[in-house]
Design a protein around this ligand. Structure first.
Ligand SMILES: C[S@@+](CC[C@H](N)C(=O)[O-])C[C@H]1O[C@@H](n2cnc3c(N)ncnc32)[C@H](O)[C@@H]1O
Length: 274
């Protein structure tokens, strides 16, 4: 968007968009009325379950930041963030490069607005690149010449699939994607994943949220069970505290946050390749 709130060429502001809706949940300004209307519908659906959608989105960002910090502090200095989203506070490169100066980051997204904003933000950051790529084809991401030039695949790297895999509607497709990611990880590398938890959410609420996202490019939204989310980490060692609500993953705050998955929300975890 320019300073007058106009959309860049080729962007349809009348169709709700995943990245811009998420920007709205986070309190950002890079969204249009159609995004805000759809996002408000989701927030209302969340309220029916006693959830604060904005808070969950912020907690998801908090998880992402803490996971990247944890990995950077433990020696991982390369990150491939697929479904990176619009730049916001504490983006992956900022956290990683603060804790591991020179850390290399690849941002991948298939949304033209995200790409424009990310490229503008990162124009003068030589350790960070932005790629137009699709989560459905992680092999093409890993094999892209720009990525091969930026990431040393013989050394540990982390792949982030944070709040993006639930936009893959079919379970088999989500499993295939994550299996292809795991296959490329090298020892010491990591998968950072957060995902909408199916939990005990009533069917009509599930259907209502699918309907809101059906207008976006993903065509819907699929929450998954704890067992399904755990299976994404097959063959990896899940670091403490395990697969937990994002707010309970190594919180900075000194008080105890329940690690029980509860009945809805977003679960997050980090798995390391042994
Ligand atoms: C909810 S945002 C999450 C942003 C960030 N990962 C976070 O958790 O804060 C989801 C992002 O995934 C992107 N996305 C959705 N489907 C995608 C796909 N098939 N390939 C690449 N990116 C995708 C959207 O454009 C959006 O920017």
């Amino acid at each position: 968007m320019d300073e007058f709130g106009h959309a860049p060429a080729g962007i349809d502001p009348t169709v709700p968009n995943i990245a811009r809706m998420y920007d709205y949940y986070l309190g950002g300004k890079d969204n249009f009325p159609a995004d805000r209307e759809a996002a408000e519908k989701m927030l209302a659906i969340g309220r029916q379950m006693g959830n604060d959608g904005r808070e969950i989105a912020r907690e998801n960002r908090g998880f992402l930041g803490r996971a990247v910090r944890h990995l950077a502090e433990s020696g991982v200095t390369q990150f491939i963030d697929i479904g990176a989203g619009l730049p916001t506070q504490e983006n992956v490169h900022q956290v990683a490069q603060r804790h591991a100066p020179g850390a290399r980051v690849v941002y991948v997204d298939n949304d033209p607005v995200v790409l424009v904003h990310a490229r503008a933000l990162l124009a003068d950051n030589p350790d960070t690149i932005v790629l137009d790529g699709d989560l459905h084809d992680p092999v093409a991401v890993f094999d892209h010449p720009q990525v091969r030039a930026h990431i040393d695949f013989s050394r540990p790297f982390a792949v982030l699939l944070v709040s993006v895999l639930h936009f893959v509607i079919e379970d088999e497709e989500a499993e295939r994607i994550v299996a292809q990611v795991r296959e490329r990880l090298v020892p010491g590398g990591a998968l950072v994943l957060s995902h909408i938890f199916r939990g005990d959410v009533k069917e009509e609420i599930v259907e209502a949220s699918k309907k809101v996202y059906s207008a976006t490019r993903s065509g819907g939204l699929t929450g998954r069970t704890l067992e399904q989310i755990a299976s994404f980490f097959d063959g990896l060692e899940i670091v403490e505290p395990g697969i937990v609500p994002v707010q309970a993953w190594r919180p900075d705050v000194p008080w105890e946050v329940p690690t029980d998955p509860g009945d809805s929300g977003i679960l997050g975890a980090v798995g390391r390749k042994p």
